[in-house]
Design a protein around this ligand. Structure first.
Ligand code: PLP
Length: 388
């Protein structure tokens, strides 16, 4: 039996996979089992931030792997402590909790917010306000946070205490705050799974100001937008604001599972011994990988990310079959006349891997993708969009 048939028979049916078996790659090139070459504009889903099997990344990971692949969180390890220090240095946050995924990073953020609000305002202040069309994960709590009812239907009851606002008017937040006892507002500055939808600059500023005035915490979900993706270290930096809590994961360790929840001075000591934990969280190999990834995300790389984002917009805007191009840095959504899934299949046939999100074709290439490769892939996308 071939691998695709084997997978279909034995792996749970939760993924509508592309009909390709990938075997290996280097940088932004991936190879199918039949030897076919692909330019990768998905990077997993914004995970392999330095591409596939980057030499320095491999060296950093294997160096740690042959020393100590795991120890429990009952002991200290160097990669974990160094990573926490580096994240705090780059953001001004004071403490980091490590987990293994985006959903877990958000779970931790929600726990911190609820405990803080209970301490400061009272136990009834447990409501977390998120936005419609958001995506925060697949656990029952982060699903409750996710403002897309289609994900909720079959899994009731979800964790209570979540309200979804439209990202349009600050008056709606006021109405919700009058009705519910609100602990925190939780947003993605660019809604990723929702179709690469950047939040309005003024709206985000008003939301933060309102939160500040009403002792409501701000949580920014940077699972997809974080770690250089938008041309800044974190997407909230594009808005010139400082959240109380930030969660991140996807691209942080460049392809190994790692989530991080960063806490500001205000909430840094909310969690105490035994309040939270993770067997695998802060794994030394994953942290060594992340330390390497961060060492590569400097001002030069961030400027290149922003520049390449502009190239994508310039190349695709106004092309036949392209209705709009939006996003920031190397997080791009393309609204196409054709169904996004059809465009993606055409691209695949012609050697380019792209993603879709909601009603868009979505690009999340490696941050270090060479410009020539990117431009070559954009030609393929153009052609796929132009088909009528
Ligand atoms: C992917 C994603 C998550 C969930 O991350 P997992 O690692 O799949 O649990 C949460 N929030 C956002 C914004 C995401 O893009």
């Amino acid at each position: 039996m071939n691998i695709i048939e084997l997978d279909k028979q034995f792996v749970a049916n939760t993924y509508n996979r592309f009909p390709v078996q990938l075997t290996h790659g280097k940088g932004s090139i991936m190879y199918g089992e039949d030897g076919k070459e692909y330019i990768d504009l998905g990077a997993g889903i914004g995970v392999t931030s330095l591409g596939i099997c980057d030499d320095g990344w491999i060296e950093a990971v294997t160096k740690q792997l042959v020393k100590l692949q795991h120890t429990s969180n009952l002991y200290y390890t160097e990669p974990c402590a160094l990573l926490a220090e580096e994240l705090c240095k780059r953001t001004g946050f004071k403490k980091v909790f490590f987990s293994n995924s985006g959903a877990e990073a958000n779970e931790c953020a929600i726990k911190v917010a609820r405990k803080y609000a209970a301490q400061v305002k009272g136990k009834e202040y447990s409501t977390i306000v998120t936005l419609q069309n958001s995506f925060h994960g697949r656990t029952l709590t982060t699903l409750a946070a996710t403002g897309q009812p289609k994900f909720h239907e079959d899994f009731q009851p979800l964790t209570p205490g979540f309200v979804h606002a439209t990202a349009e008017s600050i008056y709606e937040l006021e109405a919700i705050t009058a009705k519910y006892n609100v602990a925190a507002f939780m947003i993605e500055c660019i809604q990723g799974e929702g179709g690469v939808v950047p939040l309005d600059y003024d709206y985000v500023h008003e939301l933060f100001a309102y939160a500040e005035n009403h002792k409501i915490l701000t949580i920014v979900d940077e699972v997809q937008t974080g770690n250089g993706r938008t041309g800044k270290m974190y997407s909230y930096m594009n808005y010139g604001l400082t959240p109380d809590i930030v969660s991140t994961a996807k691209g942080l360790a460049g392809g190994l599972p790692l989530g991080a929840t960063m806490m500001s001075e205000k909430v840094q000591n909310v969690l105490g011994f035994g309040d939270h934990g993770s067997t695998f969280g802060g794994n030394p190999v994953c942290c060594a990988a992340a330390n390497y990834v961060l060492s590569k995300i400097d001002d030069k790389l961030l400027a290149e990310v922003a520049e390449k984002g502009e190239i994508i917009k310039k190349e695709l805007t106004g092309c036949k079959g392209v209705e709009s191009v939006n996003g920031l840095g190397l997080m791009v959504g393309i609204k196409t006349k054709r169904a996004p899934s059809e465009v993606a299949m055409d691209c695949l046939k012609n050697g380019v891997l792209v993603l879709t999100a909601h009603d868009k074709v979505r690009l999340l290439p490696a941050l270090n993708i060479p410009k020539e490769l990117l431009c070559k892939a954009l030609e393929v996308i153009k052609n796929a969009c132009a088909v009528v």
